[in-house]
Design a protein around this ligand. Sequence first.
Ligand code: SF4
Length: 176
Amino acid sequence: MGKEWCRFGTQDSTGLGIKLEQVTWGSWHPHKVKLAVSGCPRNCAEATIKDLGVVCVESGYELHVGGNGGIKIRATDFLCKVNTEQEVVEHCCAYLQLYREEARYLERTAPWIERVGLTHVRERIVEDAAGRKALCTRFLESQKYSQTDPWAERAAGKQADEYLPLEPATRPELVS
Ligand code: SF4
């Protein structure tokens, strides 16, 4: 829950989780993607079995990738440590874009990383700053066309006819 809500929290993990959701929701991927942010190494959000997990520490943010829960459990691989929330967001977007560009359809991040190797992912996301920024830019560009909020559209009146009362309810003479 992070330092806003828990005495063990090291960073505002809840706020960071909201930021990651705001930047990533609506994005399409080869398979489902799960993210989590834990406020300290006690790891209550179980970030180390997620496709991308952030573990907040006193000195920054540890990024973990390729985890999986469920039947075939796989602990994440440690990707790198960064110092700011902005770096977390950039690494997250770049990592998701690399996954989208290179993974096979219906391949979760866990088998994808096992297939291509963690070294490959590190080379593209951690060691190649320019490449990381380019991947992040492509992700954010595509998000401009992916984040259409159906609830906001309906609240604004789109397809309001779907919610009109049924005819018998508006014409009592039809109801016996
Ligand atoms: S991971 Fe658990 S112990 Fe650590 S800050 Fe979050 S809720 Fe608190």
